[in-house]
Design a protein around this ligand. Sequence first.
Ligand SMILES: Cc1cc2nc3c(=O)[nH]c(=O)nc-3n(C[C@H](O)[C@H](O)[C@H](O)COP(=O)(O)OP(=O)(O)OC[C@H]3O[C@@H](n4cnc5c(N)ncnc54)[C@H](O)[C@@H]3O)c2cc1C
Length: 302
Amino acid sequence: MSFISKLIVVTIPLVPKPIVGYFARPYIAGEALSDGVRVVKELNARGIMATMDVLGESVNSREETLDMRRQCEAVLHAINEHKLDANLSIKPTQMGLSIDPAYCEENLRVLLDIARGYDNFVRIDMEDHPYTDSTLTMYKNLRRDYGKHVGVVLQAYLRRTDADLRDLMADGKTNIRLCKGIYVEPEEIAFKKREEVQENFKKLNELGLRDGVYIGIATHDDVLLEHGIETVEALKLKKEEYEFQMLLGVRPKRRDEIVAQGHRLRVYVPFGDQWYAYSTRRLKENPSMAMHIIKAILHLNT
Ligand SMILES: Cc1cc2nc3c(=O)[nH]c(=O)nc-3n(C[C@H](O)[C@H](O)[C@H](O)COP(=O)(O)OP(=O)(O)OC[C@H]3O[C@@H](n4cnc5c(N)ncnc54)[C@H](O)[C@@H]3O)c2cc1C
């Protein structure tokens, strides 16, 4: 970890919540479902699709899980009611994966029944490595019953991902979001060098797209965006056979360029009252924003 990253990890918990909120504003739609709906409508009006995420992870009780599930159910109903071009993303630990994988799967089935009823889709996000196996097993179970209505995420920084992708491809029609991966993982299981992660991302993306995997190419990295565009063009894919994905508030100009080039692009729209944990994670990723926060603290203290 670089010096600046270490500094950020240490200082962010000391930053007053309203300041984190101020700097995190571009990355979060707001606290309420209505905020999420408003932002998705704005994106849809610009020809951009969305995936909605109720903020919250590592839910530790069945009560909290149920509350989270109800909020996700409300998102699916709202997407239908407002005719949004959007689907739902969920973190498996929000649905109880750390409590009991079977319980998590049950909760996902409730959401998938609703999604299928609306001909919509649920994306199972990927969390840190203790959950990789159970998440992929659950995806395979659900794919058998819900087919095109469910997808999962693969992380290019994990050394195992090549084998995971091949395993999924051998087992049926696959829908993945391919991203670099956001968690701090040990070197034994994860590529650490930027170039290594990029190379693996390119290799996986090409492998999947060639084999007819539907890939949400989730990156803001120009090297990978260029490679993604070149690959879909070389394979002469129809625009319904893949999509690009970006996070709300990150590189909106580049996002608009990709859409203007005729590619489909989906923005991850997080909202909810648990915005603080999400924001601090995002801010840790982006040193230039964190520098603003550090400056703000110094200013407040003088
Ligand atoms: C739609 C979507 C869903 C995701 N889902 C998951 C998931 O389920 N599991 C998981 O582990 N990871 C997930 N991620 C995160 C992903 O793994 C990366 O951590 C993240 O996208 C940054 O990697 P990058 O490819 O954009 O490249 P980077 O090299 O990190 O970024 C390229 C450039 O984009 C800009 N940028 C990137 N991130 C930010 C930011 N937060 N704030 C401001 N600018 C930024 C910077 O200018 C940076 O130089 C998701 C990412 C996206 C886009």
